[in-house]
Design a protein around this ligand. Sequence first.
Ligand code: FAD
Length: 287
Amino acid sequence: MSTTPAGQGAQARFSFEFFPPKTEVGEQKLAEVHKQLAALNPDFFSVTYGAGGSTRDGTRQAVMNIHQAGSNAAPHLSFGGSSEQEIVTLLNGYKELGISRLVALRGDIPSGTGGANSFFYANELIELIRRSTGEHFHIDVACYPEIHPKSDSFDSDLHYFKKKVQAGADSAITQYFYNADAYFYYVERARAAGIDVPIVPGIMPITNYTNLARFSTNCGAEIPRWMRQRLQSFGDDSESIKEFGAEVVTQLCEKLLEGGAPGLHFYTMNQYAPVSAIWNNLGLSSR
Ligand code: FAD
């Protein structure tokens, strides 16, 4: 390990993502995890938004709790089944709360509702945010170094990423990946296409192989064959999976930060230990 913390450049940006808990116990657990992760001094916490707006209230509540506990909170937002007016009301509510950052998405569409409203793609949501609240919010968007599973091609993926930036996105967070070269190539192609916003890698810690494999298939993230083989070989030995996961994800983060990534965004799955293991390995505790 290097003697200086990886990516400790003054501008490196670190953030943690939560999903809104569904139960009171989950809420209490999240408050505890937030407290532990807040001690690591991240730039902000983001909170996901369920498909079709299904967690609208849960997202808002979790964002309020994080904000009131003294951290910067960034709600994820998508159109889902909402009307334009409902989205504007939600935006104004966040503005009044003192929220200044959003992650704007198309969202995953719940089955049976496709095409129910005219606003759909993320670039259209960003246009509405800018139209209704000007420059108040810093807007993050999603992007896909291994290409969105529904994209026609690499070029069309970049084309629509650029549309989001032209609509007013300030920075981007990637889907998770385990191949650093995919990220560096994507950033290079994005720059060549005139996309100049920071592209922050999304990092998924590894704690459970079965869940990770299922989720990765759905979202189009590749688990390299050598990692699959190793993870499968651990069977139900979750301690070994976590140990291996912390090792390979730390190495990935080191490569990314040393190669110029502007920060890291951790998909925490509302857990402290997997993130803190990587964080400590990276020597970020002292930042
Ligand atoms: P878009 O940028 O709108 O792209 C969606 C697809 O349509 C792509 O294939 C794109 O190439 C194509 N496309 C884009 N614009 C157009 C256009 N104008 N015309 C034609 N085609 C177009 N999901 C949730 O439900 N809730 C969350 O909170 C959430 N958070 C996420 C956070 C991050 C950092 C990431 C990476 C993903 C997240 N997702 C979340 C998943 C995301 O919603 C899905 O990947 C979704 O399928 C695409 O969302 P998007 O905003 O990238 O869509």
